[in-house]
Design a protein around this ligand. Structure first.
Ligand SMILES: O=P(O)(O)OC[C@H]1O[C@H](OP(=O)(O)OP(=O)(O)O)[C@H](O)[C@@H]1O
Ligand SMILES: [Mg+2]
Length: 165
């Protein structure tokens, strides 16, 4: 994967608002979820916000990583799956949460474990959209989303730098 051209930086405030917007949308489905499964590590933060808003206290993790260094996807590395209790009935009634879907590979791997679960993430890129039931904001495939837990303050080059006006 080459370095994405556009940057979409997200502050803590914005992330909290967008995760809460996701909770509102999920609440609007009128479905009772019996548990949350969060896809670590990125899903941990939205899962904390959504579990609070929807009053869901049974939280599980799927521990999976594929981006071994910044923006380069490697092999899927499944470190921990889910308990049998959650995969019963194909994961029906389970809410799966991640921060974002990009290629959709992570979501598709987890969908194999729980085909009937409801998949939600805060941000989505077009290739991942078919794998997700509910998301808040779509960004283009050539955009890299910068999360607040990965960030520090740095100088930003002007967007038009190098362009002749
Ligand atoms: O749709 P995909 O192309 O599969 O990419 C999306 C996944 O990539 C990131 O996780 P990552 O594997 O970097 O691990 P992390 O959550 O521990 O940072 C992100 O949190 C999603 O889980
Ligand atoms: Mg992740």
């Amino acid at each position: 994967m080459s370095l994405p051209e556009k940057a979409f930086p997200v502050s803590w405030d914005q992330f909290h608002r967008d995760a809460r917007a996701l909770a509102w949308r999920l609440a609007g489905l009128g479905q009772e979820f019996r548990a949350i499964v969060c896809i670590t590590r990125g899903g941990l933060v939205p899962a904390a916000i959504i579990s609070r808003e929807l009053n869901i206290r049974l939280i599980e993790t799927v521990c999976i990583a594929s981006y071994h260094d910044y923006s380069n996807q490697g092999e899927m590395n499944l470190l921990k799956g889910i308990t049998a209790e959650l995969s019963v009935n194909g994961g029906e009634g389970v809410l799966v949460i991640d921060d974002l879907t990009d290629t959709g590979k992570t979501a598709s791997e987890v969908r194999e474990m729980m085909p009937k679960a409801h998949f939600a993430c805060v941000y989505a890129k077009p290739s991942g959209v078919p794998m997700i039931d509910t998301f808040i904001t779509e960004v283009s495939q050539d955009t890299w989303i910068y999360f607040p837990w990965d960030m520090g303050f740095t100088y930003q080059e002007p967007i038009a730098k190098g362009h002749k006006g």
